[in-house]
Design a protein around this ligand. Structure first.
Ligand code: PBG
Length: 325
């Protein structure tokens, strides 16, 4: 035998020299959940060690993340029930919690890339990502509100808006609205292949945003499909997306790979709340080594072709990256 692949695996140093993919802080996007109030830090029951913060503490968290080297946060807010309606009124409020959060975080950490969720579900009395008429989530009226919402985030200082709603034509409408409103430099990270997934369960607990009736299958994608993911993604690129995203993560790594091969712009993947919960639950029972499970999962995203990974493990990953070797 002349050919022995194990030669490249004989020790730590040669293994590091033969490493094909790496993970660094610059690959990470940290989701941040914000609630009204002050000095509030609430653990999300189905997301152990992950918290909703009031804005004062969210600002501190954002500064900490930036200091650790995480380049971007993705903001989500939990709206009070009294503010929810079927029109997205609060979503476009220039003094809403999201808009105030953007301003405060940009002021505290100007170099931190602030990305914002654009979808109506936290603001919807029906818990849907769009406006409901006769039991249907209606596309075009929803897109109009999403475009206004994106402009209000840009006006507050958001660097990127991240439409997560899966309405048709929303990237084009948002791009056009940003341009005509004087925000040509505000980017769009579009959730371009977002599936109707059970893995969002813990997130919906975090924001109290579960659909009040039915499910999201008329707008989020069928988990059986991959060609459709390419179609959706290419449409978003054509409409002006700067970054495209696949979501959830691990169950859809084949989609990440396929998308990577079809586009030239950065590809993000979202390691979603249910994926976080699974690792946490198994680790809590001693069934998995949490740190190893997290790092192996992150490398799998990189290997599949993701440039960016939105994950609730950002701070743990930074800690682990610092202690390697
Ligand atoms: C809202 C939104 C969801 C997530 C991100 N943005 C939930 C949903 O679509 O129901 C899920 C994130 C996660 O589970 O970590 N449109």
């Amino acid at each position: 035998m002349h050919i022995r692949p194990r030669r490249l695996r004989t020790g730590t140093s040669i293994r590091s020299m033969a490493t094909e993919h790496t993970l660094g802080a610059s690959n990470l996007i940290a989701p941040v959940f914000i609630v009204e109030g002050s000095n509030v830090q609430e653990e999300i029951p189905s997301m152990p060690n992950y918290f909703r913060y009031s804005l004062d503490l969210a600002v501190e968290e954002a500064k900490t993340l930036f200091t650790l080297g995480v380049p971007a946060v993705l903001l989500f807010i939990k709206a009070d029930d009294a503010l929810k309606d079927n029109k997205g009124t609060e979503a476009v409020n220039p003094d809403g919690l999201m808009q105030r959060s953007i301003r405060a975080i940009k002021a505290a950490a100007p170099e931190l890339v602030v990305m914002t969720d654009v979808a109506l579900d936290p603001y919807s009395s029906f818990g849907h990502d769009g406006i409901v008429e006769n039991g249907q989530v209606v596309n075009d009226p929803t897109v109009q509100v999403l475009a206004q919402m994106a402009v209000s985030h840009a006006a507050a200082g958001a660097d990127f808006v991240a439409p997560s709603d899966m309405m048709d034509g929303r990237v084009a409408a948002i791009r056009e609205a940003l341009e005509v409103s004087g925000f040509p430099n505000t980017g769009i990270m579009s959730y371009s292949a977002k599936y109707a997934s059970c893995f969002y369960g813990p997130f919906r607990d975090a924001l109290d945003s579960a659909p009040g009736f039915g499910d999201k299958k008329t707008y989020q994608m069928n988990p059986a499909n991959i060609r459709e993911a390419i179609r959706e993604t290419l449409l978003d690129v054509e409409e002006g997306a700067d970054i495209v995203m696949v979501k959830p993560g691990v169950p859809y790594l084949d989609v990440v790979r396929a998308v990577r091969e079809h586009v030239d712009i950065p590809v993000a993947a979202y390691h979603v709340s249910g994926e976080y919960a699974m690792i946490k639950a198994a680790a809590a029972r001693g069934w998995l080594n949490e740190e190893q499970a997290v790092m192996e999962t992150m490398l799998s995203f990189r290997r599949a072709g993701a440039d960016l990974i939105a994950t609730y493990f950002c701070k743990d990953i930074i800690r682990m990256l610092q202690s390697v070797r």
